[in-house]
Write a protein that binds this ligand. Sequence first.
Ligand code: PGA
Length: 229
Amino acid sequence: MKKIIAGNWKMNGDANSLQNLFDGLQNLKSKNTVIVCPPFTMLNVPAPSNVAIGAQDCSSHNVGAYTGQISARMLADIAVKYVILGHSERRLYNGEESVEIREKALRAIENNITPIICIGETLNQKEQGETLGILTKQLTESLPNGVPAIIAYEPIWAIGTGLVASNDEIKAVHAHLRTLVDLPLLYGGSVNGKNACEILNIKNVDGVLVGGASLKIEDFALIINANGV
Ligand code: PGA
């Protein structure tokens, strides 16, 4: 089945390394939707036609005196098709709250950009058995009613740590999310070429959001082709 494979470059790379990734992706045959989300400064590096471009954030405003911010309207102006919103690193380091993420998602939709809204629990919340409650709250608060978003479940303790949620954990969370929304559901957190196939085969997993392993073509290609070419 066709899946969504999204790469989140975070604050890594440069125009040259992104060009290398694109060169490698250009000849890759895949039935999947491939999205690459580089930093803002590299959004103008020309992507091959089989790759869609996403940003990693946008403003909750369309225009105005907001120094340092970039609006969804500006992203649409350079043909950006997706935007990651509410990544746990932004929630943590930039104090982003779900209400603001919701506004950002509305601006994205208004500008024909699909938001990829991230939700996830901390290790402590998981250990307290709060996972589903936290995710329900984050989802209902961040996702505007009826918008065609993509949802990414990224357990915070699994991001960049090499720890991956077990198949049973992913299955249970995604089954729960499916009861709340009928939208594509991605899993993220230490996805790599070795575990991607198994994760993509879990029920209600419509794709993956990949950090570290999206930086190099060798690793990213394995994930893109993990469910067959
Ligand atoms: P990771 O990051 O794949 O490096 O764990 C995932 C993410 O933060 O989107």
